[in-house]
Design a protein around this ligand. Structure first.
Ligand code: NI
Length: 253
């Protein structure tokens, strides 16, 4: 049984077959899914999907790539959606200097605003950190009570230790199956079993052997196989532990 803690089923890539596909995922053993929003509209769509399907939960937030779409109204909408009973986290939020390194100050301000919303509403955060490791770490260190996951973790093993010490979870996705995954495998080796989550980031980041195709939660089996191999445990154990971890962090019964 799988818990995909990060899949964008509100994405237009799923417009043609969204609900049929989600039911096929359920049939394949995907028991829980979190759909994180990327701006106000997709956060609303994630909540609507979660209202329709019992096993789908939502996170709401403004992704750093969507900085330009962010205004007073969208922040107000995120604040309102955060109160929804099926909203289990604030995300996907963070810093992305690969996408845009000219608005660092604005990205940081939006990240902090959303972290503070998470603390006010008592929810964990789902962090996107792309080529912004130092600044992400510095910001989360300012909020000792904050809980959450570094989604598709791509930092060093050194930084992972800092995060783990502070109670953070690390998300592992399709890239663990790629040939050049050495750095991520090192992180996987030092990550305690009770702090790892499995994610697809669907429709993106398809694992080997599905690389290049649209991703969906059924492909978690390839991520699980790789984790089992690195940690020297069975795939069933990886499924069970990551299910428990996800339920604990996102407070799902
Ligand atoms: Ni994502």
């Amino acid at each position: 049984m799988y818990f995909d803690t990060h899949a964008h089923y509100d994405d237009k890539a799923f417009d043609a077959d969204r609900e049929t596909l989600l039911l096929a995922c359920w049939d394949a053993g995907v028991e829980l899914i979190i759909d994180p929003g990327c701006e106000a509209g997709s956060s609303r769509a994630a909540i609507e999907l979660a209202e329709k399907l019992d096993f789908v939960y939502a996170a709401v937030g403004i992704h750093p790539e969507e900085l330009a779409s962010c205004d007073e109204d969208s922040l107000l909408e995120i604040r309102n959606l955060a109160e929804h009973p099926k909203c289990v986290a604030i995300g996907e939020i963070g810093l992305d200097y690969y996408w845009d390194d000219t608005h660092k100050a604005e990205q940081k301000q939006l990240f902090r605003w959303q972290i503070e919303l998470a603390l006010e509403t008592g929810k964990p955060v789902i962090v996107h950190d792309r080529e912004a490791h130092g600044d992400c770490l510095e910001i989360v260190k300012d909020y000792p009570g904050l809980q959450g996951v570094f989604h598709c973790y791509s930092g060093s093993a050194e930084m992972a230790k800092e995060l783990l010490k502070r109670g953070w979870y690390l998300g592992f996705d399709g890239p663990v199956t790629y040939k050049n995954a050495r750095k991520t495998i090192e992180v996987l080796e030092i990550c305690p079993l009770d702090r790892m989550l499995i994610e697809t980031d669907s429709p993106y980041l398809s694992p080997v052997p599905m690389r290049g195709k649209r991703n969906d939660s059924r492909n978690l089996c390839y991520v699980v196989e790789k984790i089992a191999e690195v940690k020297g445990i069975s795939t069933e154990e990886v499924e069970k532990i990551t299910m428990e971890n996800g339920k604990r962090l996102f407070r799902i019964e």
